[in-house]
Design a protein around this ligand. Sequence first.
Ligand SMILES: Cc1cc2nc3c(=O)[nH]c(=O)nc-3n(C[C@H](O)[C@H](O)[C@H](O)COP(=O)(O)OP(=O)(O)OC[C@H]3O[C@@H](n4cnc5c(N)ncnc54)[C@H](O)[C@@H]3O)c2cc1C
Length: 371
Amino acid sequence: MTQVVVVGGGVMGSAAAWQLASRGYGVTLLERFVPGHTEGSSHGSSRIFRLAYADPFYVALAARALPLWRRLEQESGRQVLTLTGAVDHGPSPVVKELHDRLRDAGHEAELLTVDQAAERWPGLRFDTDVVFHPEAGRVHADHAVLAFQQAAAARGAQIRHEVRVARILRRGAAVEVVTAAGEVIHADAAVVAVGGWAPGLAAETVSGLPPLRVTQEQPLHFPAADALAWPSFIHHSGAALPADFDVYGLGSLDGVKVGFHGVGPAVDPDRRDRSIDPAARDRLRAYAEHWLPGADASRPQATTCLYTLTPDHDFVVDRQGPITVLAGFSGHGFKFASVIGELAADLVAGRPGAARFALGRTGADAAAGLD
Ligand SMILES: Cc1cc2nc3c(=O)[nH]c(=O)nc-3n(C[C@H](O)[C@H](O)[C@H](O)COP(=O)(O)OP(=O)(O)OC[C@H]3O[C@@H](n4cnc5c(N)ncnc54)[C@H](O)[C@@H]3O)c2cc1C
């Protein structure tokens, strides 16, 4: 049996472990922290799931992820994805483009006026035009990671927590994975999915990784009685909001989560102090006071989480010899995790990957699609 070691038990490594185990590989997943830890990028009760991207490549990728989330739910017996729809609002050209890309790909999408939207979702205040699409909502992040790991274990994968990998060495066509405790694990292939730690371990293991910027982001949760019924939303900057001030949000078990996209400070994941930036918190609170009349802006709860940003915000999903790398999910990867696991297993099986997600890619690859 072909043996694969997956390094990193966040959502991407866990999804890869599930897909690999489903295809009959012998899988060992090594995660340095305890189950449910909050050190990386995949913890908490919510992430946005949506199909609406201005880029048809990502619309197609999200559409591929949806049935795989449902398959995970069936196999694990856990509810992971809840569809409450999504609204995008902001400058008319941005909203129109999202609408058109959804329709081009055969998905339902509805353009609404501000008044129509306000009547339908009184908890939100709207800016210029609005597009709604129903195949969207939230993924429960902690449940998703657990479900992937449980489903992988049910198919024979070994899931080992509190095992830090120190080095991954190529040995001909195979690999040797060395843990911090000195254990050496021999395998035919490795999948490296170490999130914010990719600039260390992944960069030491493969060449051509784009420069990665790791930031600490700080969304807030605001209480709202009907939070679980809220659509996910993106308020695009450029009309009522200043440029580069995009805001995302969604209902969750912890209230309405709201955040700015990718504005946090660069951090070293091993040395961040998780302190909350009061100025950023106050900006978000002021946003909620004005734009979210259905949430209680006076009682925010902050949480922190890591983004790992590539310069083009495209992911890295590629293979070099026996090593497959999943990295740089740039603050929008969670919704795709179910399909990223599938792409990772395809790479391990020797199928080509997407040029768009390649190591050592150039700008020209951005136009390339996925098979
Ligand atoms: C605030 C915030 C909001 C977000 N919102 C959304 C959203 O709404 N929708 C969306 O699609 N995406 C969203 N994202 C992005 C999404 O959460 C990430 O893209 C995704 O979680 C990345 O997963 P990962 O597995 O790559 O990284 P991680 O979850 O960080 O997993 C990497 C794992 O590797 C482990 N590890 C590291 N080094 C080692 C080692 N040496 N040995 C063993 N294990 C190791 C770490 O402990 C960690 O568990 C958001 C991210 C943040 C921070």
